[in-house]
Design a protein around this ligand. Structure first.
Ligand code: ADP
Length: 494
């Protein structure tokens, strides 16, 4: 039997969600796809997740019990059960931390008051589990505020354990959510010492503590999910009150753009589509997918030449939906159909329901979370809206391009880094973009898209093909992560 090769790097991922077990947004996609891409680069990867009750039974029933122990948590040293479950899938090992007191509720989040204790426990237990398994990674790669206490626990409670030689990386997927709560609440549940609750580390203001802030101060390396977002968050406009803190720690920060998993997002093999397709037959097959979508969603099929615009998103302020709301009647010019898939703020849910009623047969507001329908929308629409107020990376524009659907985006964060604006002079670009956060500029971009769609179809079709061929895979970005991991191993870092 061939000897197992030594991995280039051993990495433990710690985060609060991971497709296909549990996903509410882009973080879940990254936690799934990046470990696989790293394995292709020769790494060994373990992903540590909470064992939520809401994980589907089909996965729970496949989990193997590995072991358990008791761990002290909280200021008064209460002890809690830590169970370890395991699934191995395509070379990645997933360890789930089982504790019914913390993870039996929520979908998976419950609200900050309960989530703070949950993720304090989870962060500490992740380290305890690695020690228990005697699996000492080179890098512990933590994701968002839910795992932000890991670097602090590692350098305090675990300083004298085998794990202490591991380095930590903390990735900012979305700075808007930071895990902020009353100082006493965090002190109690984290059990971390008073000395960490000062302004350079965990203290936010006289009353509050901030988990993300503490993690950013203690992590050996910081990344965020696009180069533009890495710059933006160092300004007061996008910094969510941590801009000065981030400027201070910027020497350890890099922006690495996300990719998408091109096995899952593959229009040629996608079983959810009415008519799978590739770059050769996209034009005729997109038409079939569009008609199937119209039928499924009760949209009018009488005038098949209408442009169909899709939007798949959490319906929150971040996503620029007030702009869409402001210009919706102008978008509906008699030759346009719109499909919105999403849930969130009732204000937007109701606005889109209203437009569905008003423009019957031409608008569908599907207020729900539905993976299968998302695939069909990416395949069946012509253009795709992502007018976000801010967007750390954004995956939907990448998926849209992969499926030959032309994105219309605002030039912010990862949207700016991944969608090259169409230039009629040179007939180049991937989509339509606008700069300032103004409804009339979004409308202008939509109108430019329509002008090309209705006025110069050969050029539109060429852009569809160009978008499908654009490299939106994880390969390049996984290489950059690996380089950064290896940089951390060098004793004399620059
Ligand atoms: P965010 O993480 O801010 O929500 P991203 O663009 O990074 O935004 O990732 C969103 C992911 O969630 C994409 O995979 C998208 O297809 C998916 N998604 C968002 N809303 C829905 C929905 N209602 N139904 C199905 N998938 C959705």
């Amino acid at each position: 039997m061939a000897e197992k090769e030594t991995p280039v790097c051993k990495v433990a991922f710690v985060g609060s969600e991971c497709y296909p077990f549990i996903k509410t947004g882009g973080l879940g996609d990254v936690m799934y796809a990046l470990p696989r891409a790293l394995i292709r680069e020769g790494c060994e990867v373990r992903v540590i997740l909470p064992m939520y009750n809401c994980i589907p039974e089909k996965f729970k029933s496949k989990m193997k019990y590995i072991g358990s122990f008791m761990m002290d948590q909280t200021l008064e040293g209460r002890t809690f059960y830590v169970g370890i479950m395991e699934i191995r899938m395509d070379g990645v090992i997933y360890n789930f931390i089982d504790n019914r007191e913390f993870f039996d509720w929520g979908n998976p989040y419950t609200g900050l008051w309960e989530d703070i204790p949950k993720y304090c426990y989870f962060s500490k237990a992740s380290l305890a589990v690695l020690n228990y398994l005697k699996w000492i990674p080179d890098v512990i790669h933590c994701h968002d505020w839910q795992a932000a206490l890991v670097p602090l626990y590692l350098r305090t409670k675990f300083w004298n354990s085998p794990l202490a030689k591991s380095k930590t990386m903390l990735t900012i997927h979305n700075l808007r959510f930071q895990g902020i709560c009353g100082i006493q609440h965090l002190k109690y549940w984290s059990g971390l010492s008073d000395g960490l609750f000062n302004y350079p580390i965990l203290k936010q203001n006289e009353e509050e503590a901030n988990m993300f802030k503490g993690g950013l101060a203690y992590a050996d390396a910081i990344t965020t999910v696009s180069a533009t977002y890495a710059k933006e968050i160092q300004t007061p406009e996008f910094g969510e009150r941590l801009d000065a803190h981030l400027r201070y720690h910027a020497v350890r920060m890099k922006g690495i753009v996300n990719g998408i998993d091109t096995d899952i997002w593959n229009s040629a093999t996608d079983k959810l589509l009415a008519a799978p397709y590739d770059v050769e037959n996209v034009l005729e097959k997109k038409w079939e997918n569009k008609q199937a979508l119209r039928e499924q969603l009760n949209l009018s099929r009488e005038d098949g030449s209408k442009i169909m615009i899709g939007l798949v998103s959490r319906l929150t302020d971040q996503k620029g939906l007030d702009l869409v709301d402001a210009i919706f009647p102008q978008i509906m010019d008699g030759r346009t159909q719109v499909i919105v898939l999403g849930t969130g703020d009732p204000r937007y849910e109701n606005a889109f329901r209203y437009y569905e009623e008003k423009y019957q047969g031409d608008v569908c507001a599907y207020i729900s979370y539905n993976e299968a329908l998302a695939h069909r929308i990416y395949a069946g629409t012509d253009a795709f809206l992502v007018p976000s107020l801010f967007e750390p990376c954004g995956l939907t524009q990448l998926i849209a391009m992969r499926y030959g659907t032309v994105p219309i985006v605002r030039e912010t964060g990862g949207l700016k880094d991944t969608v090259l604006p169409y230039d009629p002079e040179t007939d180049t670009g991937n989509g339509f973009t606008f700069g300032k956060y103004k409804p009339e500029l979004l409308l202008q971009a939509v109108d430019e898209a329509k002008a090309l769609f209705f006025g110069d179809r050969p050029r539109w079709d060429a852009m569809v093909r160009r978008d499908m061929m654009k490299d939106v895979s994880w390969e390049q970005s996984a290489k950059q992560y690996l380089d950064f991991y290896l940089e951390l191993q060098e004793p004399e870092r620059a």
